[in-house]
Design a protein around this ligand. Structure first.
Ligand code: ADP
Ligand code: MG
Length: 239
């Protein structure tokens, strides 16, 4: 089904851990058919922003601001309720079930998503090249690159309108990163709204339509990658 023609939006997102402000009034839009990237040094607040959008902010933290999608205020909805509405995410720490097969893991993702049918599982497996013999192998002891595809397959099988990815290229080799980029572009071309938090600036430069550069809990620059990444590089090193 086509995604609703409206973005997932975060407004004034602020997260405090006690006295410490990890995220300081960030606005972001994750628009259908576009790839939005968030970059920045360790500790900049990228994962905290991701958690605000995904519904996984830690309980002991204090969050203010609003998250909206499809005419709904998602701010107080937990991650599983957002997934049902079509806002899915992958985990930086892989969360596959080792004793289940690749196909079973992906089917669990469909159960938790917006659409729940066998076709969406097959489609995700095919898109990710997991429709061969690996399909019926237990997830335990599969290489990282394959596990990352299983993790992405779990999110895709639910037919998400919005897909939130935290460091999807971590641990992948060059060929796997290129394959991932093709999959993400295909999803965007179908109208999925994608947000990626990513360390790999080459990947971001080739993939993103819009880049937000974060530092110390704030977005300090936003725009197309050719403008934003070169500006970040000339104004003092690591973006
Ligand atoms: P990034 O993903 O950009 O590396 P994070 O969003 O993980 O950054 O972290 C932003 C800041 O918030 C860091 O200084 C980090 O130490 C702090 N932080 C993150 N999670 C917690 C937490 N659960 N409790 C206290 N501080 C945290
Ligand atoms: Mg992080």
């Amino acid at each position: 089904a086509p995604a609703p023609p409206e973005p997932l939006s975060g407004r004034g997102l602020t997260v405090r851990y006690g006295e410490f402000t990890a995220l300081d009034g960030v606005d972001v839009e994750v628009a259908p058919g576009r790839i939005t990237a968030v970059v920045g040094p360790n500790g900049a607040g990228k994962s905290t922003l991701f958690h605000c959008l995904a519904g996984t902010v830690r309980r002991h933290s204090e969050m203010t601001g609003r998250v909206r999608f499809a005419g709904l205020d998602l701010t107080r909805l937990p991650a599983h309720a957002r997934a049902r509405l079509g806002v899915a995410r992958t985990f930086q720490q892989l969360a596959v079930f080792p004793s289940l097969t690749v196909a079973e893991n992906v089917a669990v993702g469909a159960e938790q998503g917006r659409v729940r049918d066998a076709r969406s599982v097959d489609r995700a497996l095919t898109l990710l090249g997991l429709d061969g013999p690996v399909r019926d192998r237990p997830a335990a002891r599969l290489p990282t690159g394959t596990l990352r595809r299983v993790e992405l397959g779990r999110a895709l099988a639910g037919g998400p309108h919005v897909l939130l990815l935290d460091e999807p290229a971590a641990g992948l080799d060059t060929a796997e990163v290129a394959a991932l980029a093709r999959v993400l572009r295909a999803l965007a071309a179908e109208g999925t709204a994608l947000l990626i938090v990513e360390h790999d600036l080459d990947l971001v430069a080739h993939l993103a339509d819009t880049v937000h550069v974060m530092r110390a809990g704030r977005v300090i620059a936003s725009g197309p990658p050719d403008e934003v990444l070169s500006a970040a590089a000339t104004t003092g090193g690591e973006p």
